[in-house]
Ligand binder design. Structure first.
Ligand SMILES: NC(=O)c1ccc[n+]([C@@H]2O[C@H](COP(=O)([O-])OP(=O)(O)OC[C@H]3O[C@@H](n4cnc5c(N)ncnc54)[C@H](O)[C@@H]3O)[C@@H](O)[C@H]2O)c1
Length: 281
């Protein structure tokens, strides 16, 4: 079996910091060549220097993932300079908080532009070429726990991340015949500077400065590091996992959501139509 990392080319958006930089360290440690893209050129340079000092081969491409043409140009550079792309991590993201009714047009456009369209642009620019090159590979889309369970005060963020989960589930089915795996990363709280980075990018965002009462309804019991999360992603790529679940407290939240949907089916469809066997797949 082909080693998914050794001498393979990995493109990581949002690779300048946080989880993206963690993925870069983990993939480089396994022998991958890196293409890092980020809107923050300083962060990109600092991460790239750190990786190169440790012996990694890194190409950096400043990119705004909201811009479809810029992401196509990123793909052009990656394929031209590295000859192929095997791992695509659509990871760049921002975090916005606050009640949906108070969100401005800019809040919606900014958050959906980065978190959802950024992933769409990555898929559009890279996946057809990955299929064409015929060497298999893997796509990792970063969603969030907020892409699997709706949460108050995280409405826009949830909307963007649910979109990423839906896209990833569909892509997983469509790319299987091409030998390209798909994983969707759904972490709880990770120790990064996402709040600070988001405010720096768009200080005018209404949701960027939440009222004290607007704190998201997450009660994390565990805060992981980007390296913890990256280790789980490496395992997901090796084992072909679709959902990458990282935090123990997530299990209970997911069970409660599944139970609410199950209850709705029972109440609305009647028990006589209930499936007698466990759900497939
Ligand atoms: N930190 C958490 O608790 C957490 C939890 C769940 C999911 N996530 C997701 O993980 C991903 C990475 O976030 P992180 O926590 O590492 O935050 P981070 O701020 O450390 O990293 C995100 C990176 O994306 C970059 N970025 C932002 N907008 C961009 C754009 N338009 N084009 C290109 N790059 C852009 C930023 O400059 C930054 O370097 C995001 O998609 C985020 O939603 C984070």
């Amino acid at each position: 079996m082909v080693d998914p990392f050794r001498e393979r080319v990995a493109v990581i958006t949002g690779g300048g910091s946080g989880i993206g930089a963690g993925l870069a360290r983990a993939f480089a440690a396994r022998g991958a060549r890196l293409v890092l893209a980020d809107i923050d050129e300083e962060a990109l340079a600092a991460t790239s220097d750190e990786l190169a000092a440790a012996g990694a081969r890194v190409l950096t491409v400043p990119t705004d993932v909201r811009d479809r043409a810029a992401v196509r140009a990123l793909a052009d550079r990656a394929f031209a300079e590295c000859g192929a792309v095997h791992l695509l991590c659509n990871n760049a993201g921002v975090a916005t908080f606050g009640p949906i009714v108070r969100a401005s047009d800019a809040d919606w456009d900014f958050t959906l532009g980065v978190n959802l369209l950024g992933v769409v642009h990555g898929v559009q620019a890279f996946v057809p070429r990955m299929i064409e090159q015929g060497e298999g590979g893997h796509v990792v889309n970063t969603a969030s726990m907020a892409g699997l369970v709706g949460m108050a005060m995280l409405g826009i963020y949830c909307t963007s991340k649910f979109g990423v989960v839906g896209l990833s589930e569909a892509l997983h089915l469509e790319l299987a015949p091409h030998g390209i795996g798909v994983s969707v990363l759904c972490p709880g709280l990770v120790e990064t500077r996402i709040g600070e980075n988001t405010r720096k990018l768009h200080p005018e965002l209404r949701g960027a400065e939440p009222d004290p009462g607007d704190a998201p309804a997450i009660r994390p019991t565990v805060v992981l590091t980007p390296d913890d999360v990256a280790a789980r992603v490496v395992e997901a790529i090796e084992r072909g996992w679709l959902y990458v679940i990282t935090h123990p407290e997530q299990w209970d939240m997911l069970r409660r959501r599944a139970a609410r949907i199950e209850r709705a089916c029972r109440e609305q469809l009647g028990t006589e139509t209930a499936p007698s066997t466990p759900a497939p797949g």
